[in-house]
Design a protein around this ligand. Structure first.
Ligand SMILES: [Cu+2]
Length: 195
């Protein structure tokens, strides 16, 4: 079973926010402590600061490990996003100013993206005019849609419902209204709609 992209992205996000918050608190606390401890009244002559090899190694190695941790956490989800499962259901997504349209393998077309719950979905993305960006916040994925080129995105629906699809690349006058819905249905309902 593949890891869930939504959980992977959220985990990376939490790791980065947690590390940032801990560092902010730590640095601020040490700063306040030093301001009090080494103020001019208590220390009329400035302290003599010598180099410390141990400290320098520590403040090089620890940040490298933290940054590598963030990188690998993000890279794992990126690898997953970029390798589409073989059994994916392929839907062609076309962007134009200012709407989305979807075409299914049997030729059916729609303005709303209907998908079955049980299948991984591969969206093949093309644009008829300018650059757009296909963004499904609930799936934590966003991909550029470029004229003259086919990009892709895949996602695994996990619960039935209706989710926002947005354009995330400024594409002119009505960009902010370039919205539609992703509707995840149980397979029977999808089959009824599809056939
Ligand atoms: Cu747009």
């Amino acid at each position: 079973m593949r890891p869930n992209i939504v959980e992977q992205v959220d985990t990376t996000f939490i790791i980065i926010v947690a590390i940032s918050a801990i560092l902010l608190l730590l640095v601020s606390a040490v700063m306040i402590y030093f301001i009090i401890k080494y103020n001019k009244k208590r220390n009329p002559t400035p302290a003599n600061i010598h180099g410390s090899t141990t400290l320098e190694i520590l403040w090089t190695v620890i940040p490298i490990m933290l940054v590598m941790g963030m990188f690998f956490s993000g890279y794992e989800s990126f690898k997953n996003m970029r390798s589409v499962p073989e059994n994916a259901f392929i839907i062609k997504v076309t962007a134009r100013m200012w709407q989305w349209s979807f075409e299914y393998p049997n030729g059916k077309k729609s303005d709303t993206l209907y998908v079955p719950l049980s299948k991984p979905i591969k969206a093949e993305l093309t644009s008829n005019d300018v650059n757009h960006s296909f963004y499904i916040p609930a799936m934590r994925e966003k991909e550029d849609v470029i004229p003259g080129r086919t990009n892709y995105m895949w996602f695994q629906p996990t619960s039935i419902g209706s989710y926002y699809i947005e354009c995330a690349e400024y594409c002119g006058m009505n960009h902010s209204r370039m919205l539609t819905k992703l509707v995840v249905m149980i397979d029977d309902d999808f089959d009824k709609w599809y056939s």
